[in-house]
Design a protein around this ligand. Structure first.
Ligand SMILES: Cc1cc2nc3c(=O)[nH]c(=O)nc-3n(C[C@H](O)[C@H](O)[C@H](O)COP(=O)(O)OP(=O)(O)OC[C@H]3O[C@@H](n4cnc5c(N)ncnc54)[C@H](O)[C@@H]3O)c2cc1C
Length: 420
C-alpha cells in the first residue's frame, strides 16, 4: 500500500468491488477462480450477520454457482438444505386460498440461509482481498480508471480512522438496493412497493408445511393496508420445537404487527403459534422495495458498473434476486477474463459494454414480471390483466422455463409465446 497523509491512504488494485453481499462475494470468487485479483470492500465490520431469511436457488442460480466455481451448488446444498418440494400458499382476506406446488430433482433447487450462503462464498476467497469496515462515500471516474474513496472505521468504536483512496481499473457497485454507486451514476432511488414482510429464520425439524425442507423461514407478506397479497409460509411444528437461531433484527412491536395481519383469518393456527413462540429479536420486518429497470448500468467511461440488487433489485415474490446476482457474477467474470487476456487498451470498457448488452434486456423483462407479480394494479400492464387464467398460467410456466434455461437463451425465448 502506498501511504498518503496520515488521514488519507492510497492503494491501487485491478478491480474493486463495493459490497460484500451475495453478488459482490460471488463476483470476487468468480474472478479469483479465473486468476483475476479483485478486492472487495464492505461497509460493515463483518459480512452480514443475519437477515432472518433463507434464499431459494433454482436452476439458473444452481448453474451460475457451478459456473462460478465447479461444485459450488453442492457445497451450498450441504450448508443449507435440498428441497424436494416447494409449496406456496396464497391467501386473501376473504379467506380464499390457492396452493402452488413445485417438485424438484436432487440438486435442482437449493435452500440456504442468506448469511450461510455468504459465508460459503467468503470461505473460498483469499482473506486479504476482503476489506470490512470500508464504506464507499464517493468516486471519480475517467477513461484511465477510477479513484474510489472509502471511510475506514474502527471495528470496535466505529469511529472514522482514515480515508482510503483506491485506484482501480474497474469499480463494481455490488452495494445493494440502496447503492451509493447507483445513486451517483443514475441518481434515482428505490421504489416502495407498499408491501411489508416479516421473516424469521428458525429451526423447523418437523418440516410439516414444506416437505423436503429442514431449517427454514417464515415469511408473511402484506400490503400496507393489511390486504394480504401472499403468504410464503414454512413453519409446521415450529411452535412446539422452536429453538433460537443466531442473530436477530427485532424491531419493537414487529411481532405484534405480524400477528395483527392474521386477525380474523381461520386455519392458520400453526403459523400464529409459530410467530407467538418466536422471540421478537428473531423477526425481521421490512418494507419491500425494488429498483426500476434502467437501460444502462455503467458510467460514461464504462469504468464503473452496477450488478446485483444495485442494478436490478426486484420484488422478492419470484425469488430471483440472488439467482440473477449469481448470473451477473458468472457472466461478468467470463467477460473480464477475456478483457484481462487482451492487449487492447479499452478491453475492460468493451467487456462492460458486452455485459450490459447480455444482461440488461433479460433483467428488464424479469424486473417487470416481478413487479407485476405483486398484483398491484398500477404495475400490471393492461394487456396482461386481460389474459385468461389459462393464458396467465402458460405465461408463468414459459417464464420459468426461459429463466431456468440459463445460460442458454439469455435475451429471450424465441420458442415461447410470451417471452420472445
Ligand atoms: C425476504 C427476502 C427473500 C428473498 N428470497 C430470495 C430467494 O428466495 N431467492 C433469491 O434468489 N433471492 C431472494 N432474495 C433477494 C436476494 O436476497 C437479493 O437479491 C440479494 O441478496 C442481492 O445481493 P446483492 O449482493 O446485490 O445485495 P446485498 O445482499 O444487499 O449486498 C449489498 C452489500 O453492500 C454493502 N454496502 C452497501 N453500501 C455500501 C457502501 N457504501 N460501501 C461498502 N459496502 C456497502 C452492504 O452492507 C451489503 O453487504 C430475497 C430477498 C428478501 C428481502
Amino acid at each position: 500500500m502506498e501511504e498518503g497523509s496520515s488521514f488519507q491512504r492510497r492503494e491501487e488494485v485491478e478491480i474493486a468491488i463495493v459490497g460484500g453481499g451475495l453478488g459482490g462475494l460471488a463476483l470476487a470468487l468468480a474472478l479469483q477462480e479465473r486468476g483475476i485479483t479483485a478486492h472487495l470492500y464492505e461497509k460493515h465490520h463483518d459480512l452480514r450477520s443475519d437477515t432472518a431469511t433463507a434464499i431459494g436457488i433454482g436452476a439458473n442460480g444452481v448453474k451460475s454457482l457451478n459456473g462460478i466455481r465447479s461444485g459450488l451448488s453442492k457445497v451450498m446444498e450441504d450448508a443449507g438444505t435440498y428441497a424436494s418440494c416447494l409449496k406456496l400458499t396464497l391467501v386473501n382476506k376473504k379467506g380464499e386460498v390457492r396452493y402452488r406446488e413445485q417438485t424438484f430433482e436432487q440438486g435442482e433447487y437449493v435452500s440456504i440461509g442468506w448469511k450461510q450462503a455468504q459465508l460459503v462464498l467468503a470461505s473460498y476467497i483469499n482473506k486479504d482481498l476482503i476489506h470490512c469496515s470500508h464504506r464507499l462515500v464517493r468516486f471519480e471516474s475517467s477513461e484511465a480508471g477510477v479513484d474510489a474513496y472509502f471511510e475506514v472505521t474502527d471495528e470496535n468504536t466505529s469511529s472514522l480512522e482514515y480515508i482510503k483512496v483506491v485506484r482501480t481499473k474497474l469499480l463494481v457497485g455490488a452495494d445493494g438496493i440502496w447503492s451509493v454507486v447507483r445513486r451517483t451514476i443514475v441518481g434515482d432511488s428505490p421504489r416502495y412497493l407498499h408491501l411489508v414482510d416479516w421473516n424469521a429464520y428458525v429451526p423447523n425439524p418437523g418440516a410439516k408445511v414444506f416437505g423436503g425442507h429442514g431449517e427454514h423461514e417464515i415469511v408473511l407478506l402484506f400490503d400496507e393496508d393489511g390486504e394480504t397479497r401472499s403468504w410464503l409460509v414454512d413453519a409446521g411444528d415450529l411452535a412446539k420445537t422452536l429453538k433460537r437461531s443466531k442473530g436477530g433484527l427485532g424491531i419493537p412491536g414487529a411481532k405484534a404487527r405480524a400477528l395483527q395481519q392474521l386477525d380474523g383469518l381461520d386455519g392458520w393456527d400453526d403459523i400464529k403459534a409459530a410467530i407467538k413462540a418466536t422471540d421478537e429479536t428473531y423477526i425481521f420486518e421490512r418494507p419491500i422495495m425494488d429498483n426500476l429497470p434502467i437501460k444502462r448500468w455503467s458510467d460514461s467511461h464504462r469504468r464503473v458498473l452496477l450488478m446485483g440488487d444495485a442494478a436490478h433489485a426486484q420484488y422478492v415474490g419470484p425469488g430471483q434476486g440472488a439467482r440473477t446476482a449469481f448470473e451477473d457474477a458468472h457472466q461478468l467474470s467470463i467477460l473480464l477474463k477475456e478483457a484481462f487476456s487482451s492487449s487492447e487498451d479499452n478491453s475492460i470498457a468493451t467487456a462492460v459494454k458486452k455485459f450490459e448488452e447480455l444482461r440488461i434486456p433479460r433483467m428488464i423483462k424479469m424486473q417487470e414480471y416481478a413487479a407485476e407479480s405483486t398484483a398491484l394494479p398500477a404495475l400490471v400492464p393492461e394487456w396482461v390483466s386481460k389474459l385468461t387464467m389459462e393464458e396467465k398460467q402458460k405465461r408463468a410456466l414459459e417464464c420459468q422455463q426461459w429463466v431456468h434455461s440459463y445460460p442458454e437463451k439469455m435475451l429471450c425465448d424465441p420458442d415461447s409465446t410470451y417471452w420472445k
